[in-house]
Design a protein around this ligand. Structure first.
Ligand SMILES: [Zn+2]
Length: 333
């Protein structure tokens, strides 16, 4: 149940890579910003932001900086596909200055509410809809796959999407929104390169990610990992016995050593896979728990997209027999 510490600790390499030499400087800057933030927190002039998912809140916080107060509707670990809004949620959304959503109907049952809200007086920024359409994958005919965030290069466009909307609503803060978005986009692109390096240490034939639902297709495309989900792109669909059998064939046939579970999705189907493969003489280990449709909660150390992505990468690399530390220039040793 608990995220394997020995694996997550490896993501500490995160602190040491590339911009590591600048951390002392960043720490000073951070302290200065905290001081400034504390001083102006009372007078935050930007709009009050209500984000739907932890991924949207993460981007809204970094772009809004100390100018916007950001709240997140869905707690970490909550599945956005099946979440039903309570009357209190509807009220919180309607009273926000602006709503920042992941979009592309990730917020399955909330989507209609968000659409209605957007038509009234609460502006709704939908990050997914602001990304380049030609880089979206399809979940079905004409239906985009909403799990865009674990392609950090594609997601590096997200801060810009949010910054432009905030700038339009609050022109006095525009310069700050854009500057913070540019900085965040750069960090996301650096993490993208780092994730590629680490995953490249897994031998090609074993670079297969079997998970509970199809949340990792963008991840697979971005980092050259073959991705197979038991449940399709929404957790709302039921996996059939035929799907399970097909996947057991794949695990046994290709001697895939591990399958993975997700923090926001039930483990039932993944357990069925392991049992099926075991019955046919191929032991499959549980590679660990991956962040899929939620980032880490407070204190997890994985509250940002960058940290959650690298935690996933290290879990996958360890489960499939790669060596993240070797891609790190030894920084994690
Ligand atoms: Zn999902």
């Amino acid at each position: 149940m608990i995220f394997d510490q020995s694996k997550t600790r490896r993501s500490d390499g995160f602190r040491g890579f590339r911009w590591g030499r600048d951390t002392a400087w960043l720490a000073t800057l951070g302290a200065a910003l905290t001081a400034v933030g504390a001083a102006v927190a009372v007078a935050a002039d930007g709009p009050r932001v209500m984000a739907t998912t932890t991924m949207a809140a993460d981007i809204a916080r970094s772009v809004g900086g100390d100018r916007c107060e950001v709240e997140c509707l869905l707690a970490p670990g909550i599945d956005p596909h099946s979440y039903r809004a309570t009357p209190r949620d509807a009220d919180r959304l309607a009273r926000a200055g602006v709503v920042v959503a992941s979009g592309l109907r990730l917020e399955g049952r909330l989507s209609d509410l968000l659409e209605r809200l957007g038509k009234k007086r609460t502006p709704v920024v939908s990050i997914g809809e602001g990304l380049p359409a030609d880089r979206l994958l399809e979940a079905g005919p004409g239906v985009p796959d909403p799990h865009v965030w674990f392609d950090a290069d594609l997601w590096s466009r997200a801060p810009g999407v949010v910054a432009e909307r905030l700038a339009a609503l609050d022109p006095a803060g525009a310069e700050g929104y854009r500057a913070r978005a540019t900085e965040r986009a750069q960090r996301l692109r650096q993490v993208h390169d780092e994730a590629r390096r680490r995953l490249a240490t897994v031998p090609g034939e074993r670079r297969v990610l079997v998970t509970a639902h199809d949340a990792f297709r963008y991840f697979g495309r971005a980092y050259a990992v073959e991705v197979v989900g038991v449940q399709g792109t929404s957790t709302e669909a039921e996996a059939g016995l035929a799907d399970i059998n097909r996947l057991v064939d794949l695990l046994v046939g290709r001697r895939i050593p591990a399958v993975f579970v997700e923090t926001s999705v039930s483990d039932r189907n993944v357990a069925a896979l392991r049992e099926g493969a075991g019955a046919r003489g191929h032991a499959v280990t549980l590679g660990g728990r991956l962040y899929s449709d939620s980032l880490g909660g407070p204190g997890s150390g994985h509250e940002t997209l960058e940290a959650a992505l690298l935690a996933n990468v290290d879990t996958i690399v360890a489960g499939l027999g790669g060596n993240a530390a070797s891609a790190n220039g030894g920084a994690a040793r």
